[in-house]
Design a protein around this ligand. Sequence first.
Ligand code: ADP
Ligand code: MG
Length: 256
Amino acid sequence: MAKIICIANQKGGVGKTTTTVNLAAGLAKLGQRVLLVDLDPQGNATMGSGIDKREVELSVYDVLLESATVQEAVVKAESCGYGVLSANRELAGAEVELVQLAHRDQRLRSALALVDADYDFVLIDCPPSLSMLTLNGLCSAHGVIVPMQCEYFALEGLTDLVNTIKQVHANLNKDLKIMGLLRVMFDPRITLQVQVSDQLKAHFGNKVFDTVIPRNVRLAEAPSYGLPGVVFDPSAKGSQAYVDFARELVQRAPSL
Ligand code: ADP
Ligand code: MG
């Protein structure tokens, strides 16, 4: 059975997409069968996996509107070792189109159920909003990984996300929980970041993953080559951290 995980945080630019593509590549390296679902109309995870979003014939949009199955729409990211359900601008329209449809928040869940035996992990890259697209992600998933920067305002956004997750848990998907907070873009030379990191650990305990992802320019450069950092430069500190994180996730997954 696939472990289905949303990478979510309604703030933009906090490292969701970077986490999704690098975790996918890291898990693939460890021999796990991985499907990446790009739920952001920006299509950054699609492009960052080496798939041209303007050229894909079937995307997650077609799956949400039930004009294609996951199996039909999935594209193999050849250099990365995982499958991608891609996204492009068309997906922005799905938001409006879904409103009129029955079970509009359960569409992705139903579609993923058909490929449950084909993957060990399904990673869903969510858009930076608590929208119908994100709701489809949350209704499909066993849990949420929240990437966050160790900055003063990081915790503010967390309250809204936690409340949404609680509501989805209560009304739509009783499996859903927060699997953990992942500290990303971490710079140990910045005292405030170390303090916030310590506070997170003190407050949330084992809901904070042990692995910390450092700020590392190679992770930021990799997307322009259409690759996750883990594939583009495996020896970079950031890439190694994501593979460590993949290992931590595999170890902890049964209890998450
Ligand atoms: P989101 O998907 O939450 O909007 P992204 O993953 O696109 O965030 O990251 C935002 C920006 O930060 C991107 O330019 C990305 O390359 C960069 N970035 C993400 N993680 C790191 C990191 N660990 N070190 C350096 N740059 C990073
Ligand atoms: Mg993104």
